[in-house]
Design a protein around this ligand. Structure first.
Ligand code: PGA
Length: 248
């Protein structure tokens, strides 16, 4: 039985005051139990959020990591640094990084490898654009994205990753994949994972992301291969985030 994971992706949002208010709101109503919960916050706020989440079961994550361990890489942040601030998770290959920062399947695969080697759990994002879906290429595109990552992983590594299916056309748009549409891609992803390691594949959590909200979270997470959510906009409001967590 896979335990659901609801992870907030704050993206480039927040401030010291706003984060304190948001986490206070989440902590006040958060009941340990049904599912795992994490927040992936901007780098400068890791220390603040680590402190505010201390003693809770809400885990901390980052939104990216460097391919490199240390050295002359201006602007980069290493996995070891993230670990020092208590990160358990790191988002890798978000479509915004693919689209705006030129991240390729190859780079994303190597970042995934780096995260695992450093003891972080990568949340590896895959997803098709609207035109790719319109052209009937969803399976090819998403399949190629996951295959690139799997090519650098061993069978055992599958127990150390989370996958997130995020159709690009659903991110931040208010448009959500229907539960059946999402389930179809999640099932395909699990088939690909099974080819690598049948046993471990049944334990890999595959999250859905893309305008998941309180009013659609339950029906999405009821699907057999949807094991939680990667939440953008709705993660910035304590009541919305908690409401999604409750449905996990
Ligand atoms: P959204 O973002 O929930 O605002 O669509 C999800 C994501 O980008 O991870």
């Amino acid at each position: 039985m896979r335990r659901k994971l609801v992870a907030g992706n704050w993206k480039m949002n927040g401030s010291l005051a706003a984060n304190a208010q948001l986490l206070a709101g989440i902590k006040a109503e958060f009941a340990d139990g049904a599912c795992d919960v994490a927040v992936c916050v901007p780098y400068p706020y890791l220390a603040q959020c680590q402190q505010l989440l201390d003693g809770t079961s809400i885990r901390l994550g980052a939104q990216d990591l460097s391919l490199h361990e240390s050295g002359a890489y201006t602007g980069e942040v290493s996995a070891t640094m993230l670990m020092e601030f208590g990160c358990r998770y790191v988002i890798v290959g978000h479509s915004e990084r693919r689209a705006y920062f030129g991240e390729t399947d190859d780079l994303i695969s190597r970042k995934t490898r780096r995260a695992i080697d450093s003891g972080l759990i990568p949340i590896v994002c895959v997803g098709e654009t609207l035109s790719q879906r319109g052209a009937g290429q969803t399976e090819v595109v998403v399949g190629n994205q996951i295959e690139a990552v799997l090519s650098l992983l061993s069978a055992d590594d599958l127990s150390r990753i989370v996958v997130a299916y995020e159709p690009v056309w659903a991110i931040g748009t208010g448009k959500t994949a229907t539960p059946d549409m999402a389930q179809e891609v999640h099932a395909m992803l699990r088939r690909r994972l099974r080819e690598k390691n049948a046993e471990a594949a049944s334990n890999v959590r595959i999250l859905y992301g893309g305008s998941m909200k309180p009013d659609n979270a339950a029906e999405l997470m009821a699907m057999s291969d949807i094991d939680g959510g990667l939440i953008g906009g709705a993660a910035l409001k304590a009541t919305d985030f908690l409401s999604i967590v409750c449905k996990g």
